[in-house]
Design a protein around this ligand. Structure first.
Ligand code: C5P
Length: 201
């Protein structure tokens, strides 16, 4: 069976949690596409050319907890504005999306660019304050010195860059189901997404 669940939305809206839970429930594979941009961002922090880093990326590079820091998130959103970086990562994501057995992909341009034909298309969002609070409560050990306001500023800077770039800006795709998780707990958010998948199967 080929079946794709495409999920877009801003940082810390709940995409990752929803994606993992939906993938587990339906037995689909999951790709957190932010990790691709984080892995490229991390290489550029070591001085590697971003396009070169994107072209030479290996699936194993994604398996790295060190990619979770706020510095790498910012580096990721800076390389993500480069059309040649995005183009170098497209094929891998499309192949994953249409691989046998069902797939969940979450990111910023999955419904709009990578997989506009996905069987389920969701836009998961929440207010910037709620997202900053969630991110603050799960800061990685390297980021423990950040205040809630630092995290909010980071979230807003990334929103600004992700929503205003010329190539594949973050936007709710026409026809996508919008799930605003501001006032939802995890179970409610997962249920809302799983219900859409069940309807489309
Ligand atoms: O989702 P995550 O916070 O890990 O993404 C890091 C950055 O990678 C985002 O801020 C965004 O700039 C970029 N990204 C993207 N397109 C995707 C996934 C992530 O541009 N599909």
């Amino acid at each position: 069976m080929i079946f794709t669940v495409a999920i877009d939305g801003p940082a810390a809206a709940g995409k990752g949690t929803i994606s993992k839970a939906v993938a587990a429930r339906f037995g689909f594979r999951h790709l957190d596409t932010g990790l691709l941009y984080r892995a490229v961002g991390a290489r550029t922090m070591e001085g590697v050319d971003p396009v070169e880093a994107a072209r030479s990326l290996q699936p194993d590079d994604l398996d790295d907890d060190a990619l979770r820091t706020q510095d790498i998130a910012q580096a990721a959103s800076r390389v993500a504005v480069l059309p040649d970086v995005r183009a170098a990562l497209t094929e891998f994501q499309r192949r994953f999306a249409r691989s046998e057995g069902g797939a969940v992909l979450d990111g910023r341009d999955i419904c709009t660019v990578i997989c506009p034909e996905a069987e389920v298309r969701l836009y998961v969002t929440a207010s910037a304050e709620v997202r900053a609070r969630r991110r603050f409560e799960e800061l990685s050990p390297e980021d423990q010195t950040m205040t809630l306001d630092d995290v909010l500023q980071d979230v807003l800077a990334r929103d600004q860059r992700d929503m205003n770039r010329a190539d594949a800006p973050l936007v709710a795709a026409p026809g996508a189901t919008i799930i605003d998780t501001s006032a939802m707990d995890i179970e409610e958010a997962v249920e809302a997404a799983a219900q859409r998948v069940a309807e489309a199967l």
